[in-house]
Write a protein that binds this ligand. Structure first.
Ligand code: CP
Ligand code: NVA
Length: 308
């Protein structure tokens, strides 16, 4: 029997409700305070996470691994280089086997269908740690960071400058979940998925001119021009995105109290100027730290039964 129970997965922000998302962010901030106070809290004692990384990672790996350790559990790093996944063992078989041994699986991979297929054959919750299409864990951290600095984001204006990539698509899903307005400014040929754009048309507009997009913005976010797996397109992308650097001139067009976010790693002098990412409006270090706290809240949400 493959499916003795139906686990709850987190492959996209569409997998949680607006109420669950807000509760999760509040819990993330509580868990941050508990950790800072040095209060032990180990709800995942004896639980094990399998972490499959088909792409590089610093933040995602360390935040999940540290989070599991702080919760009293353990995380196993699995690379295709030294597992049978890298030698062609089917995704479905890997899911069936791993999910009989561990309590939760996190996957960072290329095609989004891989995490969907894994989840379809998994007995335990599967978390998307980034695919070519989406990076939902990053949005939990970004939203926690906004809530901690500025309160609720409902009705605010968020601007995405640059590539219509996995982060952009997750911002589009976040606009729907958290009810904010999103302006995406990207060059021709690098637009986000038209299907998702149509689905969130009431909250998201596509623009060409980053200056037009910035007027009155509350939050400005960007990301690398060349994502993992697109390395051979780098030169063409540098040309296409030349007018899309988030610099002080562009930030000056946003609301004076606008915040700047970047999921990191960043390329100073390409998608963001030094004085913006290292300047007073940037909250990128809080954003990176909140990967830890928001994912611990996610793990608790997926794995710990609420008290009756
Ligand atoms: N932002 C992010 O996901 O970072 P890593 O690639 O280092 O995990
Ligand atoms: N868009 C980037 C995000 C890295 C965290 C990538 O996919 O490489």
């Amino acid at each position: 029997m493959d499916h003795p129970r139906q686990p709850r997965h987190f492959l996209s922000l569409a997998d949680i409700t607006a109420a669950e998302a807000r509760a999760l962010l509040q819990r993330a901030t509580e868990l941050k305070q508990l950790l800072r106070a040095g209060t032990p809290y180990a709800p995942l004692t004896n639980k094990v996470m399998g972490m499959i990384f088909e792409k590089a990672s610093t933040r995602t790996r360390v935040s999940f691994e540290a989070g599991m350790a702080q919760f009293g559990g353990h995380a196993i790093f699995l690379s295709p280089r030294d597992t049978q996944l890298g030698r062609g063992e089917p995704i479905a078989d890997s899911a069936r086997v791993l999910s009989r041994m561990v309590d939760v699986v996190m996957i960072r991979t290329f095609a989004h269908q891989i995490v969907e297929e894994f989840a379809a054959h998994s007995r335990v919750p599967v978390i998307n740690g980034l695919t070519d299409r989406l990076h939902p864990c990053q949005l939990l951290a970004d939203m926690q960071t906004w809530f901690e600095h500025r309160g609720d984001i409902q009705g605010r204006t968020v601007v995405w400058i640059g590539d219509g990539n996995n982060m952009c698509l997750s911002y589009m899903e976040a606009a729907r979940l958290f009810d904010f307005q999103l302006r995406v400014a990207c060059p021709p040929g690098y637009e986000p998925d038209p299907g998702l754009l149509a689905a969130v048309a009431d909250r998201c507009v596509l623009l060409r001119d980053p200056r037009e997009a910035m007027a009155g913005a509350d939050l400005v976010a960007t990301d690398v021009w060349t994502s993992m797996g697109q390395e051979e397109e780098q030169k063409a992308r540098e040309r296409a995105f030349a007018g899309y650097i988030v610099d002080a001139n562009l930030m000056a067009l946003a609301h004076p109290e606008a915040l700047f976010m970047h999921c990191l790693p960043a390329h100073r002098g390409e998608e963001v100027a030094v004085d913006v990412i290292d300047g007073p409006q940037s909250v990128v270090w809080d954003e990176a730290e909140n990967r830890l706290h928001s994912q611990k809240a996610l793990l608790e949400f997926l794995l710990v039964e609420p008290e009756p």
